[in-house]
Design a protein around this ligand. Structure first.
Ligand SMILES: Nc1ncnc2c1ncn2[C@@H]1O[C@H](COP(=O)(O)OP(=O)(O)OP(=O)(O)O)[C@@H](O)[C@H]1O
Length: 394
């Protein structure tokens, strides 16, 4: 392990076998821990499949034990994401300086040869997607109190990225699989800043295409307009998922219940929001608070980005410091309003891990998705075709 600048120089030896040239490139990088490839191979038992804990659009994630016994999540970036040493390390320095209780801590990285590897704090309770939405990990009971803590924690982490970090960070991919839980079920947002580590010509191909689509703000999905408000939209969808205990798209349900955001709007209009709250709670929840959370979800997903509150306002709404004016809630921005959405559901065989087969966003504005979708409750093998009516009419 090499830590600059304190150990820089001392480690210019055969132990790390790093060339003087590489050390020269890294000499301006401060306070980042650089791991050797050998060290990470040992930590993961040669990247053994038994230590593999996940696979994302950026590469594979392994559980590993570092030299001093510390557990880590080791993310091996795919070969397409090979960035230059200097550029990669500079971004790493920015990310590793961002520290907040609700953000996953980046310990350091490895930049040897073609290897680009990120080393993170290991979170014992996996992701919200695996634990709450797919209910497949440790049988964790998500009480109402735990859910409020998770919602407020994620909101605080995002508010920090949006409003306190300079320059501001737009996460771009807020969703249940990017919310990890520590042993006390404190939520930690993962993958922030990652977009900057990927060369601009490489599109991030998500492993959970269908799920990700459901989190995308219409203006981002259709026109590529990326601002903090796109994250706030995704947060709104996530918030509703946490209250309802189901994922935003579930093609196994009757057609009128498949899309959670549409459903939430319908029940809001009928003043029946409380009926959406997760039945796993057996009625043990604060109904006023749960409906407030759902209304905040609707506010965050308003069609016009301007109508969505900032994340610091969302935190205050969630904690009850600011009241919600029902008159300010209008119909959320639904991607299905812009697109002819056709979902052809095949045999309802959910697979343990999702494997994308293709993902294509053509500039004409049409999506073609052929995905074997994820473990999330009720997702099935589905072929989805989105054709943007909006794009066609332009
Ligand atoms: N720090 C960590 N601690 C524990 N598990 C982790 C950690 N980071 C990632 N994982 C596990 O690895 C999985 C894959 O993570 P990754 O962020 O690469 O992809 P993803 O978010 O699932 O998908 P995508 O790339 O489409 O966003 C996560 O869902 C989680 O289960």
């Amino acid at each position: 392990m090499t830590c600059f600048p304190s150990l820089f120089g001392r480690k210019l030896d055969s132990a790390t076998q790093r060339s003087a040239e590489l050390d020269d490139e890294l000499s301006g990088i401060h306070n980042v821990t650089f791991y050797t490839y050998k060290e990470l191979r040992i930590a993961t038992d040669d990247f053994s499949p038994t230590n593999k804990i996940g696979e994302g659009g950026f590469g594979s994630v392994y559980k590993g034990k570092l030299k001093r016994g510390q557990m880590a999540a080791i993310k091996v970036l795919s070969s397409e994401s090979r960035q230059g040493v200097k550029e990669f390390s500079t971004e790493i320095q920015v990310i590793s300086e961002i520290v907040h209780e609700n953000l996953v801590k980046l310990y350091g990285c490895c930049v040897e040869g073609n290897h680009r590897i990120l080393v993170y704090n290991y979170l014992e309770n996996s992701s919200l997607e695996k634990t709450l939405l797919a209910r497949g990990h440790n049988n964790i009971q998500f009480s109402w109190r735990t859910r409020t803590k998770i919602c407020i924690g994620v909101a605080r982490g995002l508010a920090y990225l949006h409003e306190e970090v300079r320059p501001h960070i737009v996460h771009r991919d807020i969703k249940a699989s990017n919310i990890l839980l520590d042993k006390d079920l404190t939520p930690k947002i993962s993958d922030f800043g990652l977009a900057k580590l990927i060369p601009p010509n490489m599109t991030h191909v998500s492993t959970r295409v269908a799920g990700t689509i459901g989190y995308l703000a219409p203006e981002y999905a259709i026109r590529g307009q990326l601002t903090r408000k796109a994250d706030i939209y995704s947060f709104g969808v996530l918030l509703i998922e946490i209250v309802c205990g189901r994922c935003n798209t579930n093609t196994r349900l009757p057609i009128e219940e498949q899309f959670l955001l549409e459903r939430t709007w319908e029940l809001y209009e009928r003043r029946e929001l409380v009926g959406l709250v997760d039945t796993e709670l057996n009625g043990n929840f604060d109904a006023e608070q749960a409906c407030r959370f759902l209304k905040i979800g609707l506010l965050c997903t308003q069609d016009s980005p301007k109508l969505r509150p900032s994340m610091s306002t969302v935190v205050k709404m969630l904690t009850g410091e600011i009241d919600i004016d029902d008159n300010s809630i209008t119909k959320p921005g639904l991607i299905s309003d812009f697109m002819d959405l056709k979902v052809r559901s095949n045999t309802p065989k959910a697979k343990p891990e999702s494997i994308p087969t293709s993902y294509n966003y053509a500039s004409s504005g049409s999506y073609n998705l052929d995905a074997t979708s994820s473990t999330s409750a009720g997702s099935s093998q589905a072929t989805m075709t989105f054709t943007s009516a909006y794009a066609r009419s332009m």
